[in-house]
Each structure stands twice: as C-alpha cells, then as structure tokens.
Design a protein around this ligand. Structure first.
Ligand code: ADP
Length: 174
C-alpha cells in the first residue's frame, strides 16, 4: 500500500497530526487556504506566527515553520511558503520541492505520523497544476524513501484539476 493518498476536500476539516499551510513570507495570514486555516483554527495560530516573526523575521520560499493547530482537528500547522510562478526559469520547481521536503522533515521531527498537504502554489501563486503535481509527488516519494516516522501523507485537493493531476502522478486511475 502506498503511504501517499489523494482526496478532494477542505484541509481545515482533515484529521491528521499536522496539516500544511500554503502561507506567505509574512506568516501573518492571507487568502486561500491560509485564510481558511486561520479562520477555522482561531487566533492561537496567529499568536505563534507572530512570535516566530519576532524571532526570525518571517519565512523564505521553500522553508517551513510549525505552530499549534488551535481549534483545528490536527495537532500542528506547518506553514510553508511556496514559490510564485514566474514562467519556470527561477527554480520554482526546486523551491516547491523544498516546501514539501522541509514540511515533512519538521513533521517527522515533531513525531507526526500523518500529514496533510494542500496543492501549494497552485492558487494565487499561479503554479501550473500539472507541473506542481509532478514536483510534489516526486518530492514526497523521495522523502519517504529515507524516512520511517511518516506513515501517511494525504494530498487534499480543493479542485478537480489538482485532484486529477495528483491522481495521474500517483498512477491512480479515476
Ligand atoms: P498559494 O498562494 O500557495 O497559491 P492558495 O491558498 O492561493 O496558495 O492556493 C493553494 C491551493 O489551495 C489552491 O489549489 C487552492 O484551491 C487550495 N485551497 C484553497 N482553500 C483550501 C482549503 N480550505 N483546503 C484545501 N485546499 C484549499
């Protein structure tokens, strides 16, 4: 059985040890999945984000930080900043892969076994969904090859295009 699963749904209702947020560098909230996570999770998440900002001054593309999940049905939110799509020649793929690998690393360091990802960068940041699916599945597979803490990775897709693209990459026939 593959450790990687794909579902269509809302990540704020997904039960997992950690859910990943497609944040922006300020870590102070935004639209899309970021807005939904802060709205549903409550102010405890933003409080911890502010402390991280005071300590390290935000988060660079490809990096990840961890906070409480507040009122969400998860223990942690891992905030990672995806690349803004700029045509593909600015190492967007490398940065996007780093988001997945660094989020999985921080999840494993915190003893998480089940982690849920949204389709990072495929909203406002404009990353083509098919390309993002390739990068995300390859990065997750690579990480899982040399990790034994993470038992399940769920890719939570908000729309059919992402869902179909990730299914294709996983070799699942819909
Ligand atoms: P980015 O700035 O990284 O592109 P967005 O939040 O704009 O981040 O979009 C990332 C992906 O998350 C998009 O595919 C969007 O449709 C999806 N998304 C938005 N809300 C949710 C949600 N509640 N659960 C899961 N995915 C969501």
């Amino acid at each position: 059985m593959s450790k990687i699963k794909v579902i269509k749904g809302d990540i704020t209702t997904t039960a997992a040890d950690a859910i990943v947020n497609a944040a922006n560098s300020s870590l102070l909230g935004g639209g899309g999945v970021d807005g939904a996570i802060h709205r549903t999770g409550g102010s405890a998440i933003l409080d911890e984000c502010r402390k991280i900002v005071a300590r390290q001054g935000g988060c660079k593309p490809g990096e990840a930080v961890i906070t409480t999940a507040g009122n969400l049905p998860a223990k942690f939110v891992i905030h990672t900043v995806g690349p803004v799509w700029n045509g593909g020649n600015r190492n967007e793929a490398g940065t996007l892969a780093n988001c997945y690998v660094n989020s999985l690393s921080i999840a494993a360091e915190n003893g998480c076994q089940k982690i849920a990802f949204p389709n990072i960068s495929t909203g406002v940041y404009g990353y083509p969904k098919n390309e993002a699916a390739k990068v995300s599945v390859a990065a997750i597979r690579d990480f899982l090859r040399h990790d034994s803490t993470i038992l399940e990775v769920i890719v939570v897709c908000f729309d059919d295009e992402n869902f179909n693209a990730v299914q294709d990459e996983l070799g699942i026939t819909g």
